[in-house]
Design a protein around this ligand. Sequence first.
Ligand SMILES: Nc1ncnc2c1ncn2[C@@H]1O[C@H](COP(=O)(O)OP(=O)(O)OP(=O)(O)O)[C@@H](O)[C@H]1O
Length: 370
Amino acid sequence: MAIAIKGIEKRFADAPVLRGIDLTIADGELVALLGASGSGKTTLLRILAGLEWPQAGSVTVDGRDWLALEAQRRRVGFVFQHYALFQHMSVRDNVAFGLTVRPRASRPPKGEIRARVEALLDLVEIGHLANRFPAQLSGGQRQRVALARALAIEPKVLLLDEPFGALDARIRKDLRRWLRELHDRLGMTTIFVTHDQDEAFELADRVVIMSDGRIEQAGTPDEIYDHPASPFVARFLGGVNELPAELAAGRLVVPGADAGAVTPPAGTDGTATLFVRPHEIDLVADSRAPARIRNMLTSGPSIRYDVDLPGLATPVEVELPREAARLRNLRRGDAVRLRLLRGRVFSAHGAPLPPAAPSPERHRILEAAL
Ligand SMILES: Nc1ncnc2c1ncn2[C@@H]1O[C@H](COP(=O)(O)OP(=O)(O)OP(=O)(O)O)[C@@H](O)[C@H]1O
């Protein structure tokens, strides 16, 4: 089902929680809502589920006005972080619940319910646990039961609110992969809320970054990683250096660093900020350079350097692959030139500046660095 959300506004006792949400989700898409606590993710999900109503805006699903439909008629599967399984019911009965409580006219016959539940338990790989009770299951197993229960009504849209939030990191990773495969097999439109950036980027076709009731950016993981739309998104993704820069006559100047490889943005001259990730910087020993290595530490397959650049309060973080670091043979206290290989430029008032066409100089520098 394709979902079109337009101009959704929601206030709780005059406190705005959603401030004009516009989002279109394609049929069969897997979308992650990612954002800090309180940014409105759960509220948006609850509006889609029919558990909350907005003060303004519309939601249409395959062209149908969803806000006019009661929750039960939306055919939505919903899984919360704190999966409320019925403790007194077996796994089998929990999964069958949504079907057995249907009005007689739309309730499938008993035999069909049984067959559907067996098939679902197999699908989520817990057929052998059908007779157990929730208290006899691990967290990951309970989560699978909750998903099977949500899938039993053959939802057209699956909404997951931090579905793996309460589980430990390793199980989360396994369940992530499993959920992606399940989604691809069943092909329904799925929206899930998460705090976890890795989870959103690994699992979703598209990630929607929310902040303070607004969508900051919606895009594929690559689009968001490579082209953050605002300093907020660039910072939210984390692990980025912010270097003061100047744009002058089509050139990007970063004091104390060599920015020749960064595509200078087209736009007006003036002050800007370059957002550059640690692995997008190379270091070259240069006794005349103003930057100094303050610290270095081994971090798995790479070496991380803290580099002091005059005028900057915090050191610039640089990450080189081990082999490159060995060739550079740098030590603490060495003077180095920072060669910026890539980066995103935002003007002083925060707007991203569109990149200009790649220059031959950029190609030359990038080739030399690789
Ligand atoms: N029923 C309610 N009554 C009043 N305020 C509410 C209600 N539900 C949510 N809020 C407020 O709305 C804001 C957004 O909450 P929401 O749960 O949508 O955020 P979230 O992004 O999902 O956060 P989290 O990641 O912590 O779950 C919060 O400030 C919250 O306190």
